[in-house]
Design a protein around this ligand. Structure first.
Ligand code: ADP
Length: 488
């Protein structure tokens, strides 16, 4: 693009001569006579170059120069003067003049100076463009850096980065808390000096430049377990930059893993007992140790069958437990499940056993009871288990009652018995898998300790609540609150 030039000279001949010469060279030129006209022209449009005569009729060249520098810093300035003396030169240089062109000058001089100024201007603009791009890049880099920082800061795991000299280059809040230091204490400190505690010696070694590139280690501090992992990081050229350490609190995971293996151990034991019992009963029959009469073995085989039935029930209950855990969503029947028929069906299941022991079972259902927001199978399983326990853990000739009513907008089902009750200390363990209260009264009661665990999970999953009130040797009441279904 051609440069634009403003010529300010009160001598008509000079300014038109300059304009003609420059126009021939392809410059866009405007010429004015006075300082005022020059400022007017500059306020209307930008000029790349201003050629200023030192001696103007209204203002002197230096004052005009000052206002041009001030208001149009992008315009290159050149002083044209017949009186090029050293004072003028110094004053103009102080004002930031870019060039001097002493009068008289040849057309070549003029074209040479203006072309140089135009090139300067171009270079200056280019430099400015590069500078602002560079600044933008720096800004982007700083933003990226701060994004990385806030990302690391918000991580739940403790993170620490050491450079190849073993100095801490980055540490988040979680790491500061883990090491009991402030973040500023950590920064630039030597990792080896800070990680001095005995259980952390492993970490210190993992951070050494000579240690393996990747390592994972479990650390125990008091009751807590942590997983520390260190990875060396490199540039794509292969040059090592440092190491990154993350520490995650794995206490809960560890506890869950231990609970799982405890569960499996108990489960194996629960399987072994009936298998062992059936085995020895079969052995008796095989040895014919009770004589040749088959009838003699009937009670034995009946016992074996009962144990096998128990085993079948155990398998069924374990499958139910795992199914409940795997199904994430609630399985409520649309419109909810009617409570009254489900209660009556559950009582029906246990009626003959109750009759055998002279236990009276009553049912009381509030009129206008809303449906419960739970699946039909789930509601039946809950009620069959709880009514069953009210009969199993009752006394001969005792009573059990099931009441259903509305409480605080929920369906409340209370299953009460006049049985053996539960010791206060054991109440918190009731809903654990395989938990059974060991008492002389419960020794002959069949069960596997999974019923209440299943009940609790089903009630929780429906968004309800279950709790128990019990007095040893007096009786127990389970309260089940289920969300009421919205009527359809
Ligand atoms: P199970 O009846 O198969 O042993 P549950 O999970 O249903 O398993 O119950 C766990 C334990 O809680 C029972 O072994 C018993 O000790 C106690 N329990 C449950 N219901 C009652 C109740 N109504 N009265 C007294 N104890 C009960």
């Amino acid at each position: 693009m051609t440069a634009s030039v403003l010529v300010i000279d009160d001598e008509y001949g000079v300014r038109t001569g300059v304009r003609q010469i420059l126009e021939m060279e392809g410059f866009r030129v405007r010429d004015v006579e006075t300082g005022r006209e020059a400022l007017d022209a500059l306020s209307q449009s930008e000029f790349d170059i201003a050629l200023i005569d030192y001696q103007l009729p209204d203002v002197d060249g230096l004052t005009l120069l000052a206002s041009i520098r001030d208001q149009h810093p992008g315009t290159m300035t050149c002083m044209i003067t017949a009186y090029a003396n050293i004072d003028t030169a110094i004053a103009a240089t102080r004002q930031g003049i870019d060039f001097f062109l002493p009068k008289p000058f040849t057309p070549e001089d003029l074209v040479g100076v203006v072309s140089t100024l135009a090139r300067h201007k171009q270079l200056r603009e280019e430099a400015e463009r590069l500078k602002s791009e560079h600044e933008k890049n720096l800004f982007a880099l700083a933003t990226e850096k701060s994004q990385t920082r806030s990302l690391v800061a918000s991580m739940r795991d403790a993170v620490l980065v050491v450079n190849r000299d073993g100095e801490i280059a980055l540490a988040n809040d979680a790491m500061a808390r883990f090491l009991g230091k402030s973040e500023s204490e950590l920064l630039h400190a030597r990792a080896a000096d800070l990680i001095g505690l005995a259980p952390l010696a492993t970490i210190r070694e993992m951070l050494l430049p000579t240690a393996p590139e990747r390592a994972v280690s479990e650390i125990e501090i008091g009751e807590k377990t942590y997983m520390a992992s260190v990875t060396e990081f490199r540039l794509s050229s292969g040059e090592t930059l440092g190491r990154i350490l993350t520490i995650a609190d794995t206490t809960d995971l560890r506890r869950m893993a231990m609970e799982k293996s405890r569960f499996i151990r108990t489960m194996v034991h629960e399987f072994r007992a009936p298998i062992g019992a059936v085995r020895s009963l079969v052995d008796v029959a095989l040895d014919a140790s009770m004589g040749e009469q088959i009838a003699a073995y009937v009670p034995l085989l009946q016992r074996a069958t009962a144990r096998l039935d128990g085993l079948g029930e155990l398998i069924g209950d374990l499958l139910s437990l795992s199914r409940i855990d795997l199904e994430r969503s609630r399985s409520a029947t649309p419109g909810g499940e009617q409570v009254a028929p489900a209660v009556r069906a559950a009582v029906e299941v246990h009626q003959s056993r109750a009759d055998l022991r002279g236990i009276g079972v009553s049912v009381e259902i509030a009129p206008d009871l809303p449906n419960a927001a739970i699946g039909g199978d789930e509601l039946r399983t809950v009620l069959v288990n709880l009514v069953g326990n009210a009969v199993k853990y009752n006394r001969d000739g005792g009573r059990a009652s099931v009441r259903a009513s509305v409480a605080d907008g929920s369906v409340l089902i209370e299953i009460e018995d006049t049985g053996i009750g539960i010791r206060a200390a054991n109440v918190p363990r009731l809903f654990e898998e395989f938990y059974r209260e060991k008492r002389p009264e419960t020794r002959d009661v069949e069960g596997n300790g999974l019923g209440l665990a299943i009940v609790k999970r089903l009630v929780d999953k429906s968004g309800g609540q279950i709790d128990v009130a019990s007095i040893e040797n007096k009786g127990t009441t389970f309260h089940v609150r289920l969300p009421a279904a919205t009527r359809v």
